[in-house]
Design a protein around this ligand. Structure first.
Ligand code: GAL
Length: 710
């Protein structure tokens, strides 16, 4: 047993080094500077255990285990973008990057070796290795409680996974830095993690508008025609995404424009910008022999190929420079807004398996396992740095990530497509400094289509990915009015969303939050016990005929004031856990008392969204695209219910990084109610109005938005 020495790396953040210092870990790669001032401002609290309760123990095979105590009812959340469950307690999590995470092993596109406890602390292993965490799933013989040994023949209480009071984390051979983040609440531990990783991301305003990806082989002309159809049909859209067909060759890729489909890339991008569209480019890491980059990158690449292409070692500055120069000249300088960084994950497990092996070696000395774990982060960092050098913000998509990604402007997506899993991933991403898009592709029916579109419009990136099937928002004519209404509602909510992201940057509190951020552990346990909604069999316990405990992993908060409880195809009603206080149906205007479970019905034309009584929601017009610098729109403060209330509003130019040097402002809108019941609104801040808004109006005591008239 080794005694660990803990040092306070930042207020409320403790570090210990086990083994040697690692040259390349997620934290080192991202190189984010902790937001010390914000960390200092947080109330200080110690973790709820003694430091000498955390130990390193020798284990079989010469391995070392980091062991932390767990209390009987403690729940553990996080470990990255998990699709299958929200409470990871009692599970073994094998945190390896995997492009096809169909099983509940812990493997996923973005496995993050960071978990938070509902007792209010977080634990991070900062390592480039795939970490295995036994989160109360391994029971030592000397700890086995005899009373817990049941007879499965006779005892219905028999459990496949007996409880363990230890979290055992298998440490990489070479060691790792371990961090503990204190609370006092789960939300504080997550905020500290995000602040330590540089603060949350603030996307450009256009990133929060609607995105549409066109079919893979579309030409410039076809892409432009489809974009303009959004304008003609009165559907807002900010970003058009091009898929593999813009490259001269793909799988592996060249990063060079195909001149047949795109004879004049510069003119195409300019034309798009003139019409209010940004262009996003698909790419993946594997460099085609036909690419001008192939020759120079070859000596800087690994010893295995993928689809016949190079796997460059972008931990080397020379390799990064080659990539950066080409991307800057050919894409960024002509106005490309960002990338979709595809297939930087990979898997051996699928039918069409592809990826370099873990035993691959790279010129920097990294091996295949480390490269697989870090590849997604490397691309995020490289491309973000390119935009930063130009004083521009980017917002894009990535299919692999890891720890320390909080400040990187990328949103995860997947080829998986189970709507319920997509909603759960949205909840789970909030525990690990990640953003997730439940993208829409095809649909089985108009109902499936509407339900998915409703969910995506209330997510970090509202996108239709029609790369393979050519769907468009108007593909189901009978669904058109509903789809248009929700895309427009998202546009109207941009001031609220943008402010929630600005708060993420400043305080580390994520804009989209799972229920454990707002409901106490005790209340959640009570609510779980009472939940009567259809319960799903999970694969492991299913073999024993056990039902899993229903989690509140299908509803989430956006900012402090909105709660979203999506429905999926086939559902017209559901249970919703409302935190304490009074709530109002955002569209229906119905009033509810919180602090428990309600049951709501909603036909396909409505997604259940709730707003707190007294909430003041900053909204704007449903513009065809988000405001560009210098443009203005009307600002509207919509006050709901009866109680007085207030809100914050953040504003800046929406596209540059000048906000990092103070070119931004926070306003406060306060709604008061006089004794004779007259409401009044007042806006205060650094100027009478934020620069993005030409006028301000107020509406008071609203019982729901009248969307149907809009
Ligand atoms: C997949 C990706 C899809 C699409 C496709 C193009 O890997 O997940 O969204 O981009 O590649 O080939």
């Amino acid at each position: 047993m080794t005694t660990l020495t803990w040092t306070e790396a930042a207020p409320g953040v403790w570090r210990t080094r086990i083994g040697d210092s690692q040259a390349l870990s997620p934290l080192a790669l991202v190189g984010a500077v902790p937001r010390m001032k914000a960390l200092e401002r947080m109330a200080q609290a110690a973790p709820p255990f003694q430091w000498n309760d955390i130990r390193v123990e020798a284990a079989g095979g010469g391995r070392r285990l980091l062991v932390l105590p767990l209390t009987a009812d403690e729940k553990l959340h996080g470990t990255g973008l998990q699709f299958m469950r929200m409470n990871q307690r009692g599970r073994t999590r094998y945190l390896r990057v995997n492009s096809d995470p169909k099983q509940d092993t812990g493997e996923t596109h973005a496995p993050v070796p960071f978990y938070v406890s509902d007792r209010g602390y977080g634990v991070l292993i900062d390592s480039a290795r795939a970490i295995t965490m036994h989160l109360g799933s391994a029971v030592r013989l000397d700890e086995t409680c005899q009373a817990d040994v049941r007879d499965r023949n006779r005892d219905a209480g028999w459990k496949a996974t007996p409880p363990s009071s230890r979290a055992e984390i298998r440490l990489p051979e070479e060691g790792a830095d371990v961090y503990v983040f204190s609370g006092p609440a789960l939300a504080d531990a997550v905020s500290r993690y995000n602040l330590f990783c540089g603060g949350g991301v603030l996307p450009p305003k256009w990133g929060l508008g609607f995105w549409h990806r066109v079919p893979a082989l579309f030409s410039a002309e076809e892409a432009m025609a489809e974009a303009l159809e959004f304008r003609h049909r009165d559907y807002p859209c900010d970003v058009i995404g091009l898929e593999p067909g813009w490259h001269t060759r793909s799988y592996p890729a060249t990063y060079e424009w195909d001149r047949e489909r795109f004879p004049d890339p510069e003119g195409f991008v300019r034309g798009m910008l003139d019409n209010g569209f940004r262009v996003n480019l698909w790419e993946h890491p594997y460099v085609s022999p036909e690419s001008g980059l192939y020759g120079p990158l070859k000596p800087l690449s690994g010893d295995y190929s993928v689809w016949g292409g190079l796997v460059p070692d972008y931990s080397l500055p020379e390799a990064r420079e080659l990539y950066a120069k080409q991307h800057k000249e050919k894409h960024i300088d002509i106005g490309i807004s960002g990338y979709k960084l595809d297939e930087c994950d990979g898997s051996e497990l699928t039918n069409n398996a592809w990826i370099f092996p873990e035993h691959a070696s790279f010129p920097s000395g990294l091996d295949g396992e480390q490269m697989r774990q870090l590849y997604g982060l490397m691309f995020q960092k490289m491309t973000n740095d390119l935009y930063r050098a130009d004083n521009r913000r980017t917002y894009g998509l990535v299919r692999a990530s890891n720890a320390a990604a909080s400040s990187l402007p990328y949103v995860l997506y997947s080829d998986l497509y189970e709507h319920k899993h997509f909603i759960r991933a949205l909840c789970n991403s909030s525990f690990s400094g990640l953003l997730w898009s439940p993208e829409v592709r095809r649909a089985r029916s108009a109902e499936d289509w509407i339900r998915r579109m409703q969910t995506v419009c209330f997510s970090p990136l509202a996108m239709l990915n029609a790369w393979g099937d050519g769907t468009k928002p108007w593909s189901f004519p009978e669904a058109e009015p509903v789809i248009r209404r929700y895309i427009k509602l998202r546009m109207r909510l941009l001031p609220y969303l943008y402010t929630a992201f600005a708060r993420y940057k400043e305080t580390g509190l994520p804009p989209f939050r799972a229920m454990p951020f707002v409901v106490s552990p005790e209340e959640l346990v009570r609510a779980e016990e009472r939940r009567s909604a259809e319960m799903t069999l999970n694969t492991t316990d299913g073999a024993y005929g056990k039902r899993s405990i229903p989690q509140w992993d299908d509803q989430f908060m956006i900012g402090d004031q909105l709660l979203v409880a999506p429905l999926v195809e086939g559902e017209e009603e559901r249970e919703v856990l409302l935190p304490a206080g009074s709530w109002i149906g955002f569209e229906t205007g119905e009033r509810y008392e919180g602090g428990g479970i309600i049951r709501v019905r909603a036909g396909i034309e409505t997604i259940p969204v709730f707003v707190r009584d007294g909430a003041v929601i900053p909204m704007t017009a449903a513009l065809p695209h988000a405001l560009r610098p210098g443009e203005q729109a009307p600002l509207e403060f919509v006050h709901f219910g009866a109680a007085a209330g207030e809100c914050e509003l953040y504003d800046d130019d929406g596209v540059t990084l000048d906000h990092e040097h103070g070119a931004c402002g926070w306003w406060k809108a306060v709604v008061t109610k006089s004794e004779d019941g007259i409401y009044k609104g007042e806006l205060s801040g650094p100027a009478a109005l934020p620069a993005s808004y030409g006028s301000v109006s107020w509406s008071f005591a609203r019982m729901g938005l009248d969307l149907h008239g809009k």
